[in-house]
Every structure is written in C-alpha cells, then in structure tokens.
Design a binder for this molecule. Structure first.
Ligand code: PAF
Length: 292
C-alpha cells in the first residue's frame, strides 16, 4: 500500500491551490486515495472525527479551512463567523501531522469574481435552510465544486448535522458525474446533547447549557410522533419554544429524507426526519434527528 513520504516533516499548510495541487501530485501515485474534509474552521470534535475517518480510509487526507463568503446571506453572520486558524492547526497537529491543510484566501478560490454560480438541485435547495437563507446552497455548491476540482478527492466526508447540505452535495456529485464518493458521518454531540457546531463557540457557558433543550425537544417530539399527527407535533414544538424566551424558533419541519419535502401525514414506508433551526441570542443553531 502506498504511504506518503512526508511523515517525518512538519505539517504541510498551503494557501495557494497551485502549490497544494503540485504537492499532491508529487506525493500521490496513480490509484492512491485522497480523503477530503472541507471545513470553515473553528474546528471541534465533530470535524476531528471526520478527519479520523478519512485518515483511516485513505492514504492521504486533505482538510480545507475556508470561510466561504458566497454561502452567507447575512453579512453580520459572515463577519462574526469564528476564525481560529492557529488553534485549528494545533488541533490537527495533535490528531495527525500527516494531515495536509489547505487554507486559501478568497482570491485563491474565486480569482477576482466572488460570486456563486446558480444550481438546480431538483428542489432540495428550496426547503428549510434554502427558504431562510436565500442563495445559501448556490454558495455551498460553488465552493464544494471548486474545492473538489482543486483537491480531486476519492472520498469526501460530510457531517449529518447539515443533512440538507449532505443531500445537496450528493446531488451535485450525481448531476455533474463527479468522481468522488460522499461519506456521511454521524452528528457529534456535547455531553448535554447539543449538536457540535463551530457556532457554539459564540455561546456563553450558560447559553450552551440551556441549548441542550433543542435536542431534548427533538427527542420528545419524536416520542409524540409515534402516536400523534404531524401538525400536532409541530404545534407542540412551537409552544415548547415559546416557553423559553432565550430561544427563537425559526423552523421545525418533519420532512422526507431523500426529497426533503415536508410531510403532512405519516406513512410507514418512507424515512423521515425532523429539522430545526433556532436562534439563541442571535446565534443560529441547527439540528436534525431521524424520526423512523
Ligand atoms: O459545512 C461547512 O462547513 C461548509 O458549508 C462547507 C461544506 C465547508 C462549504 O463551505
């Protein structure tokens, strides 16, 4: 089996796609597998688990750290998005020094034209996040396609917390016949159940504690879903959040997993899951759990 020959060197960090590509070409031989973990940094254990899986399953692992401006519909959200490159590199070094890091500038990715292309994801893009963050999935499609062109991964690792993004990336790959396998990885949670997210670092300790309620309500809604109709479960979730002034519910939707279309009645044969977006003091958190 091919093993990279840069084991004893320091961690490789590239800011320019041309240099990354040249390095990958020099280190890999025909048929060696490249695992890729795209991130926007502010790394947490969920990201590290994706990297660990990639390291196990591939000869080379590349991690990108890039806060992609075209997927933010809200300029304040973009400005406040945590940027912690030094700490991120330290975390990756502690995990495995063989990880290859790509931390480009906006110019290196967009080459003077920082705009998103327009994509048709067969309607997946119009639900949930797409409704509340107009243009978001055009930005995601643009950056993921661009990163795939640069890195040419064999396998790319995405977390299920962004389940809609995961389905959209699979659609992007299928529609463009991209030669990459998308690997879905389970959500990592804090000990109180809060789904790990880079945005959690913006919460105070007490907000982080209280945000456990999101996962708790999702699980209670799942229980209710066994015996109650969809609209009653949705109504119950809305009322629960009204009791908690710290939280502002943006949406709670029970949707079919493959089409992401909201369901209005229960049907055993289809897989569905609950999707939620909640603001805690202007910080937007999302979560999802399967309902059957
Ligand atoms: O999930 C994310 O962190 C981002 O949407 C991604 C996939 C890195 C694209 O910017």
């Amino acid at each position: 089996m091919f093993a990279p020959n840069y084991n004893k060197m320091c961690m490789q960090i590239f800011n320019k796609n041309i240099e990354l590509r040249a390095f990958l070409d020099s280190q890999t031989v025909h048929n060696s597998t490249i695992g890729f973990v795209p991130t926007m940094g502010a790394l947490h254990e969920g990201h590290l688990a994706l990297m660990q899986r990639s390291l196990l399953e591939n000869e080379v692992t590349v991690v990108s750290i890039f806060v992609n401006p075209t997927q933010f519909n809200n300029p304040e959200d973009l400005a406040k998005y945590p940027r912690t490159l030094e700490a991120d590199v330290a975390k990756m070094k502690a995990l495995n020094k063989n990880i290859i890091v790509y931390a480009p500038s906006v110019e290196d990715i967009y080459e003077g034209k920082t705009t998103a292309a327009s994509f048709d994801f067969d309607g997946l893009e119009h639900q949930m996040e797409g409704k509340f963050r107009p243009g978001h999935f055009d930005g995601v499609g643009t950056i993921v396609k661009r990163l795939f062109e640069i890195v040419c991964p064999t396998n790319a690792y995405f977390g299920e917390k962004d389940f809609q993004q995961l389905q959209i990336v699979k659609k992007l790959v299928a529609k463009n016949q991209l030669p990459v396998t998308i690997v879905a990885c389970p959500i990592h949670r804090e000990s109180n159940g809060l789904a790990m997210s880079s945005r959690n670092s913006r919460l105070t300790a007490s907000e982080r504690n209280e945000a456990a309620i999101i996962y708790k309500i999702l699980n209670q809604a799942k229980e209710k879903f066994q015996t109650q109709e969809v609209d009653l479960v949705e109504e119950w979730v809305k009322k629960e959040f009204e009791k908690h002034p710290l939280f502002e519910l943006e949406y709670f939707v029970i949707a079919e997993e493959s089409t992401l279309l909201p369901i209005t009645f229960k049907e055993k044969a289809r897989n569905c899951r609950a999707f939620i977006a909640v603001f805690v003091n202007n910080i937007r958190l999302i979560d999802t759990i399967p309902f059957n």
